[in-house]
Write a protein that binds this ligand. Structure first.
Ligand code: EPU
Length: 342
Protein backbone atom coordinates (compact mmCIF):
# COMPACT_ATOMS: atom_id res chain seq x y z
CA UNK A 1 0.00 0.00 0.00
CA UNK A 2 1.21 3.50 -0.83
CA UNK A 3 1.39 6.22 1.79
CA UNK A 4 -0.51 9.39 1.12
CA UNK A 5 0.87 12.91 1.25
CA UNK A 6 -1.47 15.21 3.15
CA UNK A 7 -1.56 19.02 2.98
CA UNK A 8 -1.67 21.63 5.78
CA UNK A 9 -1.66 19.25 8.69
CA UNK A 10 -1.58 20.47 12.30
CA UNK A 11 1.55 19.24 14.04
CA UNK A 12 0.04 19.58 17.51
CA UNK A 13 -0.52 15.82 18.00
CA UNK A 14 2.96 15.11 16.63
CA UNK A 15 5.12 17.08 19.09
CA UNK A 16 5.11 16.54 22.86
CA UNK A 17 5.51 20.29 23.42
CA UNK A 18 1.99 20.51 21.96
CA UNK A 19 2.91 23.45 19.73
CA UNK A 20 0.11 24.15 17.28
CA UNK A 21 1.72 24.84 13.91
CA UNK A 22 1.15 23.29 10.50
CA UNK A 23 3.18 21.32 8.03
CA UNK A 24 2.62 22.23 4.40
CA UNK A 25 2.98 18.54 3.48
CA UNK A 26 2.91 15.51 5.77
CA UNK A 27 3.21 11.80 5.22
CA UNK A 28 3.33 8.83 7.55
CA UNK A 29 5.37 5.82 6.44
CA UNK A 30 4.87 2.35 7.91
CA UNK A 31 7.38 0.32 5.90
CA UNK A 32 10.86 0.88 4.49
CA UNK A 33 9.39 0.42 1.02
CA UNK A 34 6.88 3.26 1.60
CA UNK A 35 9.70 5.47 2.83
CA UNK A 36 11.85 4.70 -0.22
CA UNK A 37 8.90 5.45 -2.53
CA UNK A 38 8.39 8.82 -0.87
CA UNK A 39 12.08 9.67 -1.10
CA UNK A 40 12.11 8.79 -4.83
CA UNK A 41 9.02 10.89 -5.38
CA UNK A 42 10.55 13.86 -3.52
CA UNK A 43 13.66 13.61 -5.70
CA UNK A 44 11.58 13.50 -8.88
CA UNK A 45 9.36 16.41 -7.91
CA UNK A 46 11.90 18.91 -6.63
CA UNK A 47 11.70 21.87 -5.97
CA UNK A 48 8.17 21.14 -4.72
CA UNK A 49 9.51 20.14 -1.28
CA UNK A 50 12.10 22.74 -0.23
CA UNK A 51 12.91 20.82 2.94
CA UNK A 52 12.24 17.47 4.53
CA UNK A 53 12.02 16.76 8.22
CA UNK A 54 11.95 13.23 9.63
CA UNK A 55 9.79 13.01 12.70
CA UNK A 56 9.86 10.24 15.28
CA UNK A 57 7.89 10.69 18.50
CA UNK A 58 8.30 14.49 18.34
CA UNK A 59 9.57 14.50 21.92
CA UNK A 60 12.76 16.43 21.37
CA UNK A 61 11.70 19.09 18.92
CA UNK A 62 10.46 22.67 19.18
CA UNK A 63 8.79 24.05 16.04
CA UNK A 64 9.22 27.83 15.88
CA UNK A 65 6.84 28.34 12.97
CA UNK A 66 4.80 26.55 10.31
CA UNK A 67 6.89 24.05 8.38
CA UNK A 68 7.09 24.84 4.69
CA UNK A 69 8.32 21.47 3.44
CA UNK A 70 7.46 17.80 3.91
CA UNK A 71 7.32 16.09 7.28
CA UNK A 72 7.88 12.36 7.07
CA UNK A 73 6.58 10.64 10.18
CA UNK A 74 8.53 7.44 10.66
CA UNK A 75 6.09 4.79 11.90
CA UNK A 76 8.03 1.73 10.71
CA UNK A 77 7.59 -0.87 13.45
CA UNK A 78 8.80 -4.35 14.31
CA UNK A 79 11.18 -6.13 16.69
CA UNK A 80 13.17 -9.06 15.32
CA UNK A 81 15.64 -11.44 16.88
CA UNK A 82 18.94 -11.37 14.98
CA UNK A 83 20.90 -13.90 17.01
CA UNK A 84 21.31 -15.20 20.53
CA UNK A 85 23.40 -17.44 22.71
CA UNK A 86 23.05 -18.39 26.36
CA UNK A 87 24.24 -15.03 27.58
CA UNK A 88 23.21 -12.39 25.05
CA UNK A 89 20.61 -11.57 22.48
CA UNK A 90 20.80 -9.21 19.51
CA UNK A 91 17.56 -7.54 18.45
CA UNK A 92 16.79 -5.41 15.40
CA UNK A 93 14.20 -2.78 16.25
CA UNK A 94 12.55 -0.63 13.59
CA UNK A 95 12.89 3.11 14.06
CA UNK A 96 9.20 3.88 14.55
CA UNK A 97 8.79 1.64 17.61
CA UNK A 98 7.95 3.61 20.74
CA UNK A 99 11.04 3.62 22.98
CA UNK A 100 9.28 2.78 26.23
CA UNK A 101 7.29 -0.05 24.60
CA UNK A 102 10.62 -1.51 23.51
CA UNK A 103 11.90 -1.23 27.10
CA UNK A 104 8.75 -3.02 28.33
CA UNK A 105 9.29 -5.76 25.73
CA UNK A 106 12.83 -6.26 27.08
CA UNK A 107 11.62 -6.39 30.67
CA UNK A 108 8.92 -8.94 29.84
CA UNK A 109 11.55 -11.15 28.21
CA UNK A 110 14.14 -10.43 30.90
CA UNK A 111 16.63 -8.81 28.47
CA UNK A 112 18.90 -6.45 30.40
CA UNK A 113 20.54 -3.18 29.36
CA UNK A 114 17.76 -0.65 28.82
CA UNK A 115 15.94 -0.74 32.18
CA UNK A 116 17.51 2.57 33.31
CA UNK A 117 16.12 4.18 30.18
CA UNK A 118 12.52 3.43 31.15
CA UNK A 119 9.84 5.99 30.33
CA UNK A 120 11.98 8.15 28.06
CA UNK A 121 9.56 9.58 25.50
CA UNK A 122 10.17 9.21 21.77
CA UNK A 123 10.97 6.49 19.30
CA UNK A 124 13.77 3.97 18.91
CA UNK A 125 15.00 5.67 15.72
CA UNK A 126 15.39 9.02 17.43
CA UNK A 127 17.27 7.55 20.37
CA UNK A 128 20.74 7.28 18.77
CA UNK A 129 20.54 10.85 17.43
CA UNK A 130 21.17 12.33 20.84
CA UNK A 131 22.44 9.17 22.55
CA UNK A 132 19.55 9.19 25.03
CA UNK A 133 20.68 8.70 28.59
CA UNK A 134 19.35 8.62 32.13
CA UNK A 135 20.39 7.37 35.55
CA UNK A 136 23.92 6.39 34.60
CA UNK A 137 23.15 4.58 31.32
CA UNK A 138 23.29 5.78 27.73
CA UNK A 139 22.02 4.06 24.62
CA UNK A 140 25.63 3.82 23.39
CA UNK A 141 26.11 1.05 25.99
CA UNK A 142 23.70 -1.28 24.16
CA UNK A 143 23.71 -0.21 20.50
CA UNK A 144 25.49 -2.63 18.18
CA UNK A 145 24.85 -0.70 14.95
CA UNK A 146 22.33 1.61 13.32
CA UNK A 147 20.65 1.03 9.93
CA UNK A 148 20.23 4.12 7.77
CA UNK A 149 19.16 5.31 4.36
CA UNK A 150 21.53 7.77 2.71
CA UNK A 151 19.37 10.71 1.70
CA UNK A 152 21.41 11.45 -1.43
CA UNK A 153 21.46 7.97 -2.91
CA UNK A 154 18.52 6.34 -1.09
CA UNK A 155 20.82 3.35 -0.44
CA UNK A 156 20.67 1.46 2.87
CA UNK A 157 23.65 0.66 5.02
CA UNK A 158 24.90 0.17 8.58
CA UNK A 159 26.71 2.59 10.87
CA UNK A 160 28.64 0.82 13.63
CA UNK A 161 28.50 1.91 17.26
CA UNK A 162 32.01 3.35 16.88
CA UNK A 163 31.11 5.25 13.72
CA UNK A 164 28.15 6.80 15.56
CA UNK A 165 30.68 8.83 17.61
CA UNK A 166 28.42 8.83 20.62
CA UNK A 167 29.02 11.50 23.25
CA UNK A 168 26.92 13.14 25.95
CA UNK A 169 23.59 13.88 24.22
CA UNK A 170 25.38 13.75 20.89
CA UNK A 171 26.28 11.56 17.91
CA UNK A 172 27.45 11.83 14.32
CA UNK A 173 23.76 12.25 13.34
CA UNK A 174 23.64 15.61 15.12
CA UNK A 175 26.96 16.85 13.77
CA UNK A 176 29.05 15.59 10.84
CA UNK A 177 26.20 13.57 9.35
CA UNK A 178 23.37 15.98 10.19
CA UNK A 179 20.54 15.53 7.65
CA UNK A 180 22.65 13.00 5.74
CA UNK A 181 20.86 9.83 6.84
CA UNK A 182 17.46 8.60 7.86
CA UNK A 183 17.64 6.08 10.69
CA UNK A 184 15.38 3.12 9.89
CA UNK A 185 16.37 0.70 12.64
CA UNK A 186 18.73 -0.03 15.48
CA UNK A 187 20.43 -3.26 16.49
CA UNK A 188 20.80 -3.75 20.24
CA UNK A 189 22.88 -6.23 22.18
CA UNK A 190 21.22 -7.13 25.48
CA UNK A 191 21.97 -9.56 28.27
CA UNK A 192 19.90 -12.65 29.03
CA UNK A 193 21.64 -13.41 32.32
CA UNK A 194 24.20 -11.76 34.63
CA UNK A 195 22.66 -8.39 33.90
CA UNK A 196 24.97 -5.43 34.49
CA UNK A 197 22.99 -3.36 36.96
CA UNK A 198 23.52 0.35 37.33
CA UNK A 199 22.11 1.61 40.60
CA UNK A 200 24.82 4.15 41.42
CA UNK A 201 22.50 7.11 40.96
CA UNK A 202 21.45 8.26 44.45
CA UNK A 203 17.74 8.54 43.76
CA UNK A 204 17.58 4.94 42.46
CA UNK A 205 19.20 3.58 45.59
CA UNK A 206 16.63 5.41 47.70
CA UNK A 207 13.71 4.12 45.63
CA UNK A 208 14.82 0.45 45.65
CA UNK A 209 13.54 -1.90 48.30
CA UNK A 210 16.49 -4.30 48.29
CA UNK A 211 20.20 -4.34 47.43
CA UNK A 212 20.01 -7.00 44.73
CA UNK A 213 17.21 -5.74 42.53
CA UNK A 214 15.99 -7.32 39.30
CA UNK A 215 15.96 -5.27 36.11
CA UNK A 216 12.18 -5.06 36.49
CA UNK A 217 12.57 -3.54 39.97
CA UNK A 218 15.11 -1.02 38.68
CA UNK A 219 12.71 -0.02 35.94
CA UNK A 220 9.89 0.38 38.46
CA UNK A 221 12.07 2.63 40.64
CA UNK A 222 13.04 4.77 37.66
CA UNK A 223 9.46 5.08 36.49
CA UNK A 224 8.42 6.33 39.92
CA UNK A 225 11.32 8.85 40.06
CA UNK A 226 10.53 10.16 36.59
CA UNK A 227 6.80 10.37 37.29
CA UNK A 228 7.42 12.33 40.49
CA UNK A 229 9.76 14.84 38.86
CA UNK A 230 9.03 15.19 35.18
CA UNK A 231 5.77 16.54 33.80
CA UNK A 232 3.78 14.07 31.70
CA UNK A 233 3.66 15.53 28.16
CA UNK A 234 0.09 14.22 27.84
CA UNK A 235 -0.87 16.65 30.61
CA UNK A 236 1.61 19.52 30.20
CA UNK A 237 3.42 20.00 26.91
CA UNK A 238 7.22 19.65 27.19
CA UNK A 239 10.23 18.09 25.54
CA UNK A 240 12.11 16.79 28.60
CA UNK A 241 15.34 18.58 29.43
CA UNK A 242 15.48 21.71 27.33
CA UNK A 243 19.21 22.34 27.82
CA UNK A 244 22.26 20.11 28.04
CA UNK A 245 24.21 20.09 31.28
CA UNK A 246 27.21 22.33 30.50
CA UNK A 247 30.76 21.07 30.78
CA UNK A 248 33.10 23.74 32.10
CA UNK A 249 36.75 23.95 33.01
CA UNK A 250 37.37 22.59 36.49
CA UNK A 251 39.30 25.81 37.35
CA UNK A 252 36.20 27.81 36.57
CA UNK A 253 34.12 25.41 38.66
CA UNK A 254 36.48 25.84 41.65
CA UNK A 255 36.23 29.63 41.34
CA UNK A 256 32.43 29.44 41.17
CA UNK A 257 32.42 27.21 44.24
CA UNK A 258 34.07 30.00 46.26
CA UNK A 259 31.24 32.33 45.35
CA UNK A 260 28.44 29.72 45.35
CA UNK A 261 29.48 26.99 47.84
CA UNK A 262 26.34 24.91 47.14
CA UNK A 263 27.06 24.56 43.41
CA UNK A 264 26.87 20.94 42.20
CA UNK A 265 29.47 19.48 39.80
CA UNK A 266 30.47 16.07 38.47
CA UNK A 267 34.09 15.66 37.31
CA UNK A 268 34.29 14.34 33.74
CA UNK A 269 38.10 14.41 33.61
CA UNK A 270 40.88 16.26 35.46
CA UNK A 271 40.10 19.41 33.49
CA UNK A 272 36.35 19.24 32.90
CA UNK A 273 33.42 19.37 35.31
CA UNK A 274 29.77 18.90 34.34
CA UNK A 275 27.33 21.20 36.08
CA UNK A 276 23.57 20.48 36.25
CA UNK A 277 21.83 23.16 34.21
CA UNK A 278 18.70 22.61 36.35
CA UNK A 279 20.59 23.87 39.41
CA UNK A 280 21.92 26.95 37.58
CA UNK A 281 18.45 27.79 36.23
CA UNK A 282 16.85 27.33 39.64
CA UNK A 283 19.42 29.63 41.25
CA UNK A 284 18.52 32.30 38.71
CA UNK A 285 14.97 32.16 40.08
CA UNK A 286 13.23 30.42 37.18
CA UNK A 287 12.03 27.23 38.85
CA UNK A 288 8.22 27.14 38.81
CA UNK A 289 8.04 30.59 37.23
CA UNK A 290 5.19 31.06 34.75
CA UNK A 291 5.77 33.45 31.84
CA UNK A 292 2.68 33.84 29.65
CA UNK A 293 1.84 30.38 28.32
CA UNK A 294 5.22 28.93 29.23
CA UNK A 295 7.54 28.47 32.17
CA UNK A 296 10.21 26.37 33.85
CA UNK A 297 8.67 23.36 35.57
CA UNK A 298 8.14 23.49 39.34
CA UNK A 299 9.90 20.17 40.06
CA UNK A 300 12.66 20.33 37.47
CA UNK A 301 13.78 23.74 36.23
CA UNK A 302 15.54 22.20 33.23
CA UNK A 303 12.20 21.30 31.69
CA UNK A 304 10.40 24.16 29.92
CA UNK A 305 6.69 23.67 29.52
CA UNK A 306 3.74 24.76 27.43
CA UNK A 307 0.79 25.51 29.72
CA UNK A 308 -1.67 25.60 26.86
CA UNK A 309 -1.43 27.70 23.78
CA UNK A 310 2.21 28.63 23.64
CA UNK A 311 3.74 29.32 20.26
CA UNK A 312 7.17 27.86 19.60
CA UNK A 313 8.61 31.38 19.51
CA UNK A 314 7.29 32.05 23.00
CA UNK A 315 9.05 29.00 24.45
CA UNK A 316 12.21 29.91 22.55
CA UNK A 317 12.13 33.49 23.88
CA UNK A 318 11.88 32.17 27.42
CA UNK A 319 14.77 29.79 26.71
CA UNK A 320 16.91 32.68 25.46
CA UNK A 321 16.08 34.75 28.56
CA UNK A 322 17.08 31.82 30.77
CA UNK A 323 20.33 31.34 28.83
CA UNK A 324 21.16 35.02 29.26
CA UNK A 325 20.44 35.07 32.99
CA UNK A 326 22.55 31.94 33.60
CA UNK A 327 25.37 33.56 31.65
CA UNK A 328 25.06 36.83 33.57
CA UNK A 329 25.10 35.13 36.97
CA UNK A 330 27.58 32.30 36.44
CA UNK A 331 29.43 33.11 33.18
CA UNK A 332 28.28 29.72 31.80
CA UNK A 333 26.70 29.26 28.38
CA UNK A 334 23.97 26.64 28.34
CA UNK A 335 22.98 25.10 25.01
CA UNK A 336 19.62 23.60 24.04
CA UNK A 337 19.49 19.84 23.78
CA UNK A 338 16.12 20.16 22.05
CA UNK A 339 16.11 20.30 18.27
CA UNK A 340 14.93 23.81 17.32
CA UNK A 341 13.21 23.79 13.91
CA UNK A 342 12.54 26.95 11.90
N1 EPU B 1 18.71 20.31 40.19
C1 EPU B 1 18.33 21.46 40.84
N2 EPU B 1 17.20 22.10 40.42
C2 EPU B 1 16.42 21.64 39.41
C3 EPU B 1 16.82 20.48 38.74
C4 EPU B 1 17.96 19.81 39.15
O1 EPU B 1 18.99 21.90 41.76
O2 EPU B 1 15.42 22.28 39.12
C5 EPU B 1 19.90 19.58 40.63
C6 EPU B 1 19.52 18.32 41.39
O3 EPU B 1 19.32 18.55 42.75
C7 EPU B 1 20.71 17.42 41.17
C8 EPU B 1 21.18 17.83 39.80
O4 EPU B 1 20.63 19.11 39.52
O5 EPU B 1 21.74 17.69 42.08
C9 EPU B 1 20.83 16.83 38.72
O6 EPU B 1 19.39 16.74 38.60
P1 EPU B 1 18.64 15.47 37.99
O7 EPU B 1 19.07 14.25 38.70
O8 EPU B 1 17.20 15.77 37.95
O9 EPU B 1 19.23 15.32 36.55
P2 EPU B 1 19.54 16.40 35.40
O10 EPU B 1 21.02 16.51 35.26
O11 EPU B 1 18.78 17.64 35.63
C10 EPU B 1 19.73 14.61 33.51
C11 EPU B 1 19.17 14.39 32.13
C12 EPU B 1 17.74 13.84 32.24
C13 EPU B 1 17.79 12.54 32.98
C14 EPU B 1 18.38 12.79 34.38
C15 EPU B 1 18.57 11.53 35.19
C16 EPU B 1 20.30 16.02 30.75
C17 EPU B 1 20.18 17.27 29.95
N3 EPU B 1 19.20 15.63 31.38
O12 EPU B 1 18.95 15.63 34.12
O13 EPU B 1 17.29 13.58 30.91
O14 EPU B 1 16.50 11.97 33.12
O15 EPU B 1 19.69 13.40 34.24
O16 EPU B 1 19.67 10.82 34.70
O17 EPU B 1 21.37 15.42 30.76
C18 EPU B 1 16.10 14.48 29.06
O18 EPU B 1 17.16 14.42 28.43
O19 EPU B 1 15.04 14.90 28.54
C19 EPU B 1 16.10 14.10 30.46
C20 EPU B 1 15.02 14.24 31.22
Amino acid sequence: MKSQILQNISLKPYNTFGIDCTAKSFVEVKTVEQLLNILEMVKAEQPKFPSIFILGGGSNVLFLKDFDGLIIKNSITGIEKVKENEKDITLYVSAGENWHNFVLFCLENNYGGVENLSLIPGTVGAAPMQNIGAYGVEIRNVVERVKVIDRKTNKQFWISNKQCQFGYRSSIFKHEAKDKYIIIGVEFRLTKENHVLNTSYGAIKDALENDTPTIQEISKAIISIRESKLPNPKEIGNGGSFFKNPEILSNQFEKLKEEFPAIVGYPISDEITKVPAGWLIEKCGWKGKVVGNTGAHKNQALVLVNYGNAKGEEVWNLAKEIQQSVFNKFGIEIEPEINIVG
